[in-house]
Design a protein around this ligand. Structure first.
Ligand SMILES: Nc1ncnc2c1ncn2[C@@H]1O[C@H](COP(=O)(O)OP(=O)(O)O)[C@@H](O)[C@H]1O
Ligand SMILES: [Mg+2]
Length: 253
């Protein structure tokens, strides 16, 4: 069962790149079991926020609390071990290995000690690999070498590799970038399944996709939290409309 309690909290976080505050007193509170979408015009600071949470970028002030513990500016590998998993935009799958072997390698690298979201206990690797492959829609491609997967399939394999590590929180930066419409709708379906057991923060440009998957949307602008709410509320918000002026508009953000 998912319990509604605060899992992640960013309090007045500031990131300074040579005098430019890419993130400027930014606040974010994510509950356990939630799928939070983070949107905003280009350059708003979304990726920098993801980098802060996973420890890739350091803040100059403010605080990040994860699972009741401060994790502000800890090293990336320490934060990862505390249960924050991240899918990067650039694929990290082993191109020359099959889907099955990629999953096998991920399963046998570090882990085992995070909370078991898929009830994988008492199952052998083969079962786990089949279960996750089915979950992400790759069960007919287990023997395929990763380099022959489509772009969308490669992204789904990446997602499987993150999920297999059983993090408490998964961060995804523009998971549908470069996907076909069909792949994007498959990915929306996957996220709607994933959010039943998993807490996620998803940065996305595709507003149609965001509407299909999101509970609450946080809108960032110039390093700050501009607005927060359901898709219907966000779309009506004048501040949000204004922030997207000069960009392609919120529906094609
Ligand atoms: N390493 C960096 N050094 C200097 N400026 C950066 C760096 N990373 C990002 N920025 C700047 O910070 C702002 C926010 O970037 P980013 O977080 O990538 O935005 P978003 O993901 O919302 O498009 C942009 O103006 C970007 O140019
Ligand atoms: Mg970005």
């Amino acid at each position: 069962m998912k319990t509604k309690k605060e899992l992640l909290s960013l309090k007045s976080v500031v990131v300074d790149f040579d005098g430019f505050k890419a993130v400027n007193k930014f606040n974010l509170n994510v509950q356990n079991g939630e799928l939070r979408c983070l949107i905003g015009p280009n350059g708003a600071g979304k990726t920098t926020v993801m980098d802060i949470i996973c420890g890739k970028t350091k803040s100059i002030s403010g605080e990040v609390i994860f699972d009741k513990e401060p994790i502000t500016n800890l090293e990336e590998h320490i934060i990862a071990r505390k249960g924050i998993g991240r899918k990067f935009q650039i694929p990290s799958v082993f191109k020359e290995l099959t889907v099955k072997d990629n999953l096998y390698v991920a399963l046998n690298s570090d882990l085992g000690f995070f909370k078991n979201i898929f009830k994988f206990f008492n199952k052998n690797d083969k079962e786990k690999i089949h279960e996750i492959a089915e979950f992400v829609g790759l069960k007919d491609d287990l023997e395929k070498t990763a380099q022959f997967l489509s772009h969308g399939q490669t992204q789904w394999l990446e997602i499987a590799l993150v999920v297999l590590k059983e993090p408490k929180l998964i961060l995804m930066d523009e998971p549908t970038a470069g996907m076909t419409n069909y792949e994007t709708s498959q990915t929306a379906e996957l996220f709607n399944k994933l959010k039943k057991t998993q807490t996620l923060i998803v940065v996305e440009h595709d507003m149609g996709f965001v509407k299909e998957i999101s509970d609450i949307i946080s809108v960032m602008h110039q390093g700050k939290l501009l607005s927060e709410g359901k898709a219907s509320e966000i779309e009506k918000d004048e501040k949000v409309k204004e922030a997207y002026l000069g960009h392609k508009g919120i529906t094609n953000a």
